[in-house]
Ligand binder design. Sequence first.
Ligand code: NAD
Length: 298
Amino acid sequence: QLQRIAFIGLGNMGAPMAMNLCKAGYTLQVFDLSAAALNKLSEAGASIAHSAQNAVKDAQIIISMLPASTHVENLYLSADTGILSHIAQDALIIDCSTIAPWSAQKVAQAAQARGLAMLDAPVSGGTAGAAAGTLSFMVGGSTESLERAHPLLSAMGKNIFHAGDHGAGQTAKICNNMLLGILMAGTAEALALGVANGLDPKILSDIMSKSSGRNWALELYNPYPGVMDNVPASRNYSGGFGVNLMLKDLGLATQAALAGQATIPLGELTRNLYSMHSQHGAGEKDFSSILECFTVKQ
Ligand code: NAD
């Protein structure tokens, strides 16, 4: 008998992740603020709840996939609409959102105070990885909870890492995404330089993919429109990983650098590039649109 899951947050990542759990045979109760997101999951066989509190009723596993720390803290801890007090005693909570490590620890402690186990389990792999069920999970929390979560994480992902105690999954994710932001900005800058000097972006991408500049942004998520099919750059930068979400993650990296007295000059520079890009109105576009900062509009 597969477990009953409450899944909250059905955006670019949450929707395909929840679909994979449906396909694997789990019973899902889903909730999102967007009716369109709910309808998509209803067609895939999930039952729609009319509030988050309703969704977690009788659930054995709770999964959340929300934008940022405030959304997650509100979902679990809000005095009137918070779900923590509505979750069954033997249930396991898995938050897959990318949030501050200290925020993940705060919610895990509040859960623990009610006798509930919680994991932070942010993901990497993008919307394509979410759809293909090949995400990487970076997990913080106890080994026992991770063992319990393992089968359903395997239904959504391919690589499952235990980073350490509560919040450690988030710290790993923040390091990864700071590097991703730097790689995307650097890749866009190099492609724009080539094009400004007469190169074809596809030919330049082929060359660098087989040379020492190769990286994930270049090879799997090319920021130059028309170089690759099925990436946000080839659909007007829609439907991927939002600029404002990358900006949030780079802000978390800055906060983590202050907390740990680490030096992150490239991370800070990249955060400022994304901040300018967002302020010029690109906040909702995919993060590969950072290319627009380097291209001259004719
Ligand atoms: P998204 O903005 O597409 O989706 C967020 C969803 O949460 C939306 O459908 C929204 O309606 C819903 N929501 C917001 N508040 C809610 C609430 N109180 N109750 C119920 N639903 C609520 O974001 P996304 O791209 O799916 O990202 C989700 C998280 O995953 C973020 O933390 C992001 O940083 C992280 N992430 C994203 C990607 C990516 O490629 N998009 C990759 C890895 C990690």
